[in-house]
Write a protein that binds this ligand. Structure first.
Ligand SMILES: Cc1cc2nc3c(=O)[nH]c(=O)nc-3n(C[C@H](O)[C@H](O)[C@H](O)COP(=O)(O)O)c2cc1C
Length: 599
């Protein structure tokens, strides 16, 4: 009996020295031992082994915000999730802080490792219950493969860590294999961290303004302030230095500097242009959001610069907002109490709970550039864009599409009802003097919309060429729907009693080119324009076709005693306004499905 107690005590002691007390997992010395043994075995059996370095993204935010206790609970939950993903013989260890290491031996097919890495990312994306809170953390995973003949313990651990850092720099939530070139990247990263700390004092930071425009007219209504870093080594792209600044916390002083620049610009522009001055959009990092003093700091900058908070928009990424809604809600309310407005940046890339979104005091959704870019390449991106626009409109939010680069993207976004846009198609990021000149030349033009971008509409009627079978109508619908979507035309085509009536809306040149084709289409004749002209805004979000068969339907009233003359589309065409009212009544009647057959 006594012997057993002694043994248990010894075991507990062992566990405390070699195991991590928070998660109960092996600690650093033990994993090094196991890795050394595994390398020896691999020398004998010839199999490769892999080290996965798993680092939780944004864990420091959770710990800073919620304290060590919640942080520890989260680590425990993460350890459990990770343990569920690995094979019985694999080793899972806590390496340090929010870093875990997994060792898998006897790798026969390295390709299967990508499945494991995917599984780990996916498992961690699911919310974790930590006491009262539901927390979401993602992970950056680096993989290094090796064997006892070519690698030592330190090689594998440092390679896996380097690969993990590369994932982090790409925004985290992913995995990557180590490649030798990444060593140089590691060195570069170190230089960036050191350089960033002194970038403000050394006057190395500068700003650009990328105009935000009304998608239909191109009129500039705002500008996003973008940061540039001209380091002593040359220009470092924001995609490289921002994630590093975020990771190291240097983003906090830089963020305050950027907010001050935004305020100075707002105050200056309002002095120049009064009510016509564009608003200024500025990014706020999650690291800034958790600083208790942020609100006081912003309030002081607003006072000092005399900026109008209502004309400043704080852009916060969807991922940062959703990481902890309760805490963000508190801070955002205080920021909006100052009069500032909030936009959800990169919308569509995170894991928003819609219920949570409606609770946040948000005024604008910025649609992520990846979806805009995929509009003409990936059908699912088109579906996301439509859903986001529909959601934004339903919630009464303004929508800004980011990264608009082509005519077709712009037309399609407008067709779906996205009001504002930003991207190279309109303007590149500009230095302030160039921005001022661009805006002034727009104002000198009386602020009139660019005629090439003007929105036109048109209604015509025509006589169908018989026979018009269901198949002919189907073919016409499919052809027109595809073409109209790609050219940004919206509207509605009606077919009734052998006559067509169609309303089309879109860019003037596109519309007139289509009308040239429609007029000579043998499927109909006697095309007569009822009305055409400038439109204030679009009525339809898409293009659809309604076929109405006028043989009486079972639920219709009996019209036979009705003696008056039946009006055809030809008769309706006498009155443009009636045509307009009749056609636009179909807006929103399932146009996006392309057809509704009424009988
Ligand atoms: C009544 C009617 C309505 C039409 N509506 C459209 C339309 O909205 N969009 C469209 O691209 N084509 C429409 N078409 C088809 C065009 O006339 C033409 O066939 C099509 O644009 C392809 O032209 P293409 O073969 O010269 O490229 C319509 C044709 C008819 C008969």
């Amino acid at each position: 009996m006594t012997g057993m107690i002694v043994m248990n005590m010894e075991e507990t002691l062992m566990r405390h020295t070699s195991h991590d007390p928070v998660t109960g997992l092996p600690g650093l010395p033990l994993i090094r031992d196991r890795l050394a043994n595994a390398l020896q075995r691999s020398r004998r059996n010839g199999f490769s082994l892999v080290v996965l370095f798993v680092d939780l993204d944004g864990f420091h935010l959770v710990k800073d915000r919620d304290g060590h206790d919640i942080g520890d609970r989260l680590l425990k939950k993460v350890a459990e999730r990770l343990a569920e993903q690995i094979r019985p013989g694999d080793t899972l260890a806590r390496f340090a802080n929010e870093e875990f290491v997994i060792l898998c031996e006897q790798i026969e097919q390295p390709a299967t490792l990508s499945v494991l890495a995917d599984r780990i990312n996916e498992a961690l994306r699911q919310p974790l219950e930590c006491g009262e809170r539901q927390l979401v953390v993602t992970a950056s995973v680096g993989l290094a493969i090796g064997n006892g003949n070519t690698h030592c313990v330190d090689d594998l651990l440092s390679h896996a860590e380097t690969a993990m850092s590369a994932v982090k720099e790409d925004g985290g939530d992913g995995w990557r294999f180590f490649s030798p070139g990444q060593h140089d990247q590691d060195q570069q990263r170190l230089a960036i961290v050191n350089g960033l700390r002194t970038a403000i004092e050394r006057n190395e930071l500068s700003i650009r303004f990328q105009p935000i425009v009304v998608a239909e007219s191109g009129r500039i209504v705002g500008a996003e302030l973008l940061l540039r870093w001209n380091s002593s080594e040359g220009e470092i792209p924001p995609a490289v230095f921002i994630p590093i600044a975020e990771m190291t916390g240097v983003i906090v002083p830089i963020g305050a500097w950027v907010f001050r620049q935004a305020c100075l610009a707002e105050a200056d522009w309002r002095r120049r242009w009064g009510a016509e001055a564009p608003y200024v959009s500025v990014n706020v990092s999650p690291r800034q959001l958790i600083k208790e003093s942020l609100v006081e700091e912003f309030a002081a900058i607003l006072r000092e610069t005399g900026a109008d908070p209502a004309r400043l928009l704080l852009e916060i990424t969807e991922t940062a907002l959703m990481a902890d809604v309760e805490l963000n809600l508190r801070i955002l309310r205080r920021l909006t109490d100052l009069g500032l407005r909030v936009a959800v940046d990169d919308f569509g890339t995170g894991y928003s709970s819609l219920a949570q979104l409606t609770r946040l005091p948000v005024a604008v959704l910025k649609i992520d550039r990846a979806f805009v870019d995929g509009l003409d390449k990936r059908p699912e991106h088109r579906a996301v864009i439509r859903a986001v626009i529909g959601l934004g409109r339903a919630l009464g939010l303004k929508l800004v599409a980011e990264g608009v680069e082509t005519d077709a993207q712009c037309l399609e976004l407008r067709a779906h009802g996205c009001e504002f846009a930003q991207g190279y198609y309109f303007h590149r990021p500009l230095e302030e003097p160039a921005f001022v000149a661009t805006l002034e030349s727009g104002l000198r033009g009386g602020g009139l919309p660019d005629p090439a971008l003007s929105l036109y509409f048109l209604i015509y009627v025509s006589q169908a060429t018989p026979p018009m079978s269901g198949a002919t109508l189907d073919a016409l619908r499919e052809q027109s729907r595809t073409l109209n979507r790609s050219t940004g035309l919206t509207g509605c085509l009606l077919y009734q009693d052998g006559l067509f009536m169609q309303m089309l809306e879109g860019q003037r040149e596109v519309l007139s080119a289509l009308m040239d084709r429609i007029k000579t289409d043998p499927r109909h004749r006697d095309v007569r324009i009822v009305i055409e002209g400038l439109a204030r805004h679009r009525i339809f979000l898409d293009w659809g076709m309604v076929v109405r068969d006028l043989t009486p339907g079972p639920n219709e009233p009996d019209f036979t005693p009705w003696q008056h003359r039946r009006l055809s589309f030809r008769d309706l065409a006498e009155d443009a306004r009636t045509c307009y009212v009749y056609l636009t009544a179909y807006a929103g009647c399932g146009m996006s499905e392309g057809i509704s057959v009424l009988s």
